[in-house]
Design a protein around this ligand. Structure first.
Ligand code: SAM
Length: 281
């Protein structure tokens, strides 16, 4: 049974990194005027109220998006991100009451001929997500396993896709399943842009998944990671990152500028940031 609910974590430092890079990736892909499909394998509820019991219980957004809200020196990528979050709060854009999940962020930037395919397995979050997009004909919401859904969805008709793989890593097998699925999806559709979100709770477990990808023969793999504190044997996430296969041109430069800023703003004194091509051309 699934127990993870993204509402506890919405807007935390890991979401800031993930959603900023997601938005920049879509914007870079949109420089080419051709339709694309956005595939979200683990979509969540779509959007979140920060006043609800989940967000209030952890207060994680206070250490993430809330710290950027009034900043006047943000790099362009974070200006775009905060503008998107403000837009999601359009009834009262000066107050941070709601937080857009990955589907809502992409929805704000979707081109007229683009489409979205969203997978969510949790029955409650699926219903919320389906309600959110029920009148949107560009969006298909599926209540099923996102990894199987990804394999079924590629190659897409458009031959252009942005894929976000953002699991909750509740099962030990998730790390292996995710790596094998990405390798298979890439085999079917080698030009897709794949963003894999990962946590560092146990460094060896995370690196096992990432090295499987790095050693798979797939070219062009970029690591973007923020450690807010050093790796530890104690329980809890010490770092989070995105592993990008086929990043669009200039995403690495944008990520470097972004991570320099996030390292100073959201990290701790002994934290660390990484933007590194793990596999080149
Ligand atoms: N992508 C969302 C965002 O950025 O706003 C957050 C997603 S959250 C980290 C992971 C989601 O995956 C949870 O809502 C969980 O219920 C869902 N989930 C877990 N296993 C799944 C599976 N096998 N297929 C699809 N969704 C799954």
């Amino acid at each position: 049974m699934l127990s993870y609910r993204h509402g506890y974590h919405a807007g935390n430092y890991a979401d800031v990194l993930k959603h900023t890079i997601l938005l920049q990736t879509l914007q870079l892909m949109h420089k080419k005027d051709k339709p694309l499909v956005y595939i979200d394998t683990h979509a969540g509820a779509g959007g979140y109220a920060l006043s609800d019991e989940f967000a209030q219980k952890t207060g994680e957004y206070l250490e993430g998006v809330a710290k950027l809200w009034d900043k006047t020196d943000l790099p362009q990528s974070l200006q775009d991100y905060v503008a998107a979050v403000r837009h999601f709060n359009e009834e009262n854009p000066d107050e941070l009451n709601f937080y857009p999940g990955s589907p809502a962020i992409i929805d704000m930037e979707l081109g007229p001929k683009d489409r979205m395919v969203l997978h969510e397995l949790h029955s409650t979050d699926y219903v919320l997500l389906d309600d959110y997009f029920c009148e949107d004909r560009q969006v298909k919401v599926l209540n099923g396993d996102g990894l199987q859904g990804l394999i079924a969805a590629v190659p897409p008709l458009e031959r252009r896709a942005l894929v976000l793989v953002d699991p909750s890593y509740e099962m030990k097998t998730d790390y292996q399943d995710v790596a094998e699925t990405l390798i298979k999806a890439h085999k079917r559709f080698a030009t897709g842009v794949f963003l894999l979100w990962y946590p560092v709770v146990n460094r060896a477990q995370t690196e096992g998944m990432l090295s499987r990808l790095a050693n798979s023969g797939i070219k062009r793999q970029l690591r973007i990671e923020q450690a807010i504190k050093p790796d530890s044997d104690e329980f809890g996430m010490t770092a989070a990152g995105l592993w990008v296969i086929n990043p669009p041109w200039q995403l690495d430069e944008i990520a470097t500028e972004l991570m320099d800023y996030l390292g100073k703003t959201l990290g701790q004194a002994d934290g660390n940031i990484t933007v590194k091509w793990e596999v080149g051309e």
